[in-house]
Design a protein around this ligand. Structure first.
Ligand code: SAM
Length: 331
């Protein structure tokens, strides 16, 4: 049994305060964050949350830390990274404002975040802005806990992979939020590449996969992940390896095997291989969970496939430049 597996039976008994700030994750995921803070983490090395949003997830973790006798508020540090503002490309929601909407004269919810997290500010270090700007490329200090709820684009994942994953040592814990999102296949194939060096805690908790680092992460593996150097075929194999370890989530709602199969289609799609993507995705349209929850994904992949199919008429062939532009726009 992994060190983290002992937290799962405790999930049902966690009672979080009613006044917890709005969070985009489920109650179960918040409870797991609380349990990690309360029973597992020590604060001896940095605790890092990437993508704190309005602070719901930060609050649950910080509450657990406060109740943990091993955590010293004088020396332990919880780092919170986020834009702390809404706007195009931020992936932040107006629900992160206390009023539920951005005021007319501003787009930052940093003050709201600080007010909500007030009891924990003494051990909270806030990094507001684009993570590429607010993180230090030369920081090599070890990380004990990494909560990744920020890697919604390949660009941001690269920052996570370059600047945070190399700071994980054996014993460190990682949570991947949105692991049930097929559109974020970098979460899945990077986890596949790390499998020899990690232990998956147990079934995912809704959309969150938890793992513990058990062996030093080799530099060349970290570099290949950060540089996105795996081929499409390699990425598909890496995702298959994850499929062998991960099936239904803890609550029984999310069937990860088909979800990860659809993530493979996105690997091909992002590589411009629309026919291959649709060939992977089409048989999944009969999966009840995916049909209900990912209809927009199928529509996107089918549309790309149909747009790329050669026209039946003998019209002039599409120029290479035009094809490249169309693919770039689709990304
Ligand atoms: C899914 S939300 C986080 C939700 C939060 N953990 C919760 O439980 O409610 C993702 C967050 O990532 C942040 N984010 C995305 N890209 C970012 C970037 N490049 N730099 C800083 N923050 C970023 C957004 O501002 C957004 O608040």
């Amino acid at each position: 049994m992994s060190n983290l597996a002992r937290l799962f039976p405790l999930l049902d008994d966690v009672q979080l305060p009613d006044a917890l700030p709005y969070a985009q994750m489920s109650e179960w995921e918040l409870q797991f964050l609380y349990l990690l803070g309360r029973h597992h983490l020590t604060g001896a090395d940095a605790l890092v949350e990437l993508g704190s949003g309005g602070g719901g997830s930060t609050y649950a973790l910080a509450l657990g830390l406060r109740e943990n006798p091993r955590f010293d508020e004088g020396t332990g540090r919880l780092h919170a990274y986020d834009f702390f503002r809404v706007g195009k490309g931020t992936f932040a929601s107006e629900k992160f404002f206390t009023s539920g909407a951005a005021p007319e004269d501003g787009n930052s919810f940093l003050d709201d975040f600080q007010t909500r997290l007030e009891p924990f500010l003494p051990f909270l270090e806030i990094h507001a802005g684009d993570i590429w700007r607010t993180s230090d490329p030369d920081d090599r200090t070890p990380i004990e806990f990494l909560h990744i709820d920020i890697a919604k684009t390949a660009r941001v994942f690269r920052c996570v992979a370059e600047r945070f994953l190399p700071r994980l040592r054996p014993g460190a814990v990682v949570l991947h939020q949105d692991f049930a999102s097929p559109r974020l296949p970098w979460l899945h194939h990077s986890t596949g590449a790390l499998l020899p060096y990690i232990e998956i805690a147990g079934p995912p908790i809704r959309s969150t996969l938890a793992f513990e680092v058990t062996r030093p992460l080799p530099e060349d593996v970290l570099r290949r992940i950060a540089e996105d150097a795996y081929t499409v075929d390699e990425k598909l194999e890496l995702i298959s390896a994850v499929q062998e370890r991960v099936d239904r989530d803890h609550t029984g709602k999310v069937p990860f095997r088909p979800v990860l199969e659809l993530a493979k289609a996105y690997v091909a799609h992002y590589d411009g291989q629309s026919e291959r993507a649709w060939k992977i995705a089409e048989p999944l349209t009969t999966d009840a969970y995916l049909a209900e929850t990912r209809a927009d994904h199928f529509a996107q992949l089918r549309k790309a496939y149909e747009a790329d199919r050669p026209a039946p008429s003998p019209a002039a062939p599409e120029s290479r430049l035009r094809r490249l532009v169309r693919r770039a726009v689709r990304r």
